[in-house]
Ligand binder design. Structure first.
Ligand code: NAD
Ligand code: WQD
Length: 339
């Protein structure tokens, strides 16, 4: 069975490729325009899995180039669509770039999905759709609030496009709403490679520990949480990758699955920024240089997931705890420092 991963050289795409390649029954092809990743990611996938996916370096907004891929790879059974721009702050500064890239690429893909009768489709959605919530944990029925950034808006519109698409095509679709994916492959050979200055907490922690950032800041200390810092639901990237394999099996095997279904993917545990830092200090044996600072504009105080739908329907249970997330992220950072 032939599976196409878009955004294959990116952080979550590469980890998912490794999990997909464990199944000898699955043939994997990948697309990426390398706008936020490096082609060397394919070597890491091969080093870990022993198999190298066939790769097309194209932009999904280039309809002609995409048509050529579908023409060559006629019998694609499923698509896992990761490719998107994902920096929330950047999307506020460059909204048109985000709408253009994230939505045009989706519409192009769906056009060929219909033409080539691709039956199964998995979409990377995001917890950012929930925005400021009044009740925790959030499940798939929690009302979505006004999206706070053009990035989050592309995910909201993306889900709406997909739901509408099921009216005109037979494709079965899962939208997976990730909470905060962190960590790296257990081998330490693959992980997140932020281009430029990182914004997300875990790369900031590991770069501070390795001296690339002299002092990090905890954004906000007066939130109504256990210790005043923000609460998030960190989830290991390999658990996220495994959920995609489960979702793919579910779509392929279950003819009764609704045509469009949404699943939250989180650990279900709320962790404060200070707790995340302490978990890192414990597994690394290092003291992090950090200061307490003002809140970051746009941050919600607390959000974490009720992922029981994914547990019961997809039979997905996250296996890796916060310490594992921190130790694998640190192993990966050390590997990068040595190379
Ligand atoms: P990433 O940037 O590491 O990977 C995305 C990949 O898509 C990159 O390799 C990039 O080069 C590629 N890409 C972007 N636009 C493209 C285009 N037009 N054509 C071809 N390739 C293109 O990001 P990630 O963290 O792996 O995220 C994967 C998906 O998950 C994204 O859709 C993101 O919005 C979503 N998501 C991520 C997080 C997170 O915190 N990492 C959380 C929720 C949802
Ligand atoms: C986590 C916590 C910060 C850096 C983002 C997107 C969301 C989704 C996941 C894509 C927050 C705090 C951070 C630092 C800090 N991505 N922090 N000091 O903002 O929860 O979610 O990634 O869909 O859409 O918004 O993740 O890692 O940036 O922050 O104190 O130097 O760490 O304030 O509380 P966030 P994050």
């Amino acid at each position: 069975m032939k599976i196409l991963i878009t955004g294959i050289t990116g952080y979550i795409g590469s980890h998912t490729a490794i999990e997909i390649l464990k199944s000898p029954k699955l043939e994997l092809i990948g697309i990426d325009n390398l706008s936020n990743s490096n082609v060397a990611s394919l070597d890491r996938i091969e080093q870990i899995s022993g198999r190298k996916p066939k790769f097309y370096e194209i932009d999904l907004c280039d309809k002609e180039a995409l048509a050529n891929v579908f023409e060559k790879e006629k019998d694609i059974a499923g698509i896992i669509h990761f490719a998107a721009l994902k920096a929330v702050g950047e999307s506020v500064e460059q909204p048109l770039r985000y709408y253009h890239n994230n939505l045009e690429s989706l519409v192009n893909l769906l056009t060929f999905c219909k033409e080539y009768k691709v039956n199964n489709f998995i979409f990377s959605s995001s917890c950012s759709l929930y925005g400021n919530v009044s009740q925790l944990p959030v499940n798939e029925d929690t009302p979505l609030s006004e999206t706070e950034s053009p990035y989050a808006h592309t995910k909201l519109v993306g889900e709406k496009i997909l739901r509408a698409f099921t009216e005109e095509a037979d494709t079965k679709i899962c939208a997976l709403r990730y909470f905060n994916p962190v960590g790296a492959h257990e081998s330490g050979l693959n992980g997140e490679l932020p281009i430029g200055k990182p914004n997300n907490l875990v790369p900031v922690i590991t770069q501070t520990a390795s001296g690339m950032i002299s002092k990090m800041t905890v954004f906000g200390t007066d939130y109504p949480t256990r210790d005043g810092s923000c609460v998030r639901d960190y989830i290991h990237v390999t658990d996220i990758a495994e959920a995609h394999v489960k979702a793919l099996n579910y779509l392929v095997e279950d003819d009764n699955s609704d045509q469009f279904e949404v699943f939250n993917l989180g650990s279900g545990k709320g962790v404060t920024v200070i707790e995340a830092i302490e978990a890192f200090e414990k597994v690394s044996g290092l003291k992090l240089n950090y200061e307490l600072g003002p809140p970051r504009p746009g941050d919600v105080a607390a959000i974490y997931s009720d992922s029981s739908k994914a547990e019961s329907v997809l039979e997905w249970v996250p296996k890796r705890d916060l310490e594992n997330m921190m130790s694998t992220a640190w192993k990966w950072q050390q590997m990068l420092n040595e190379s």
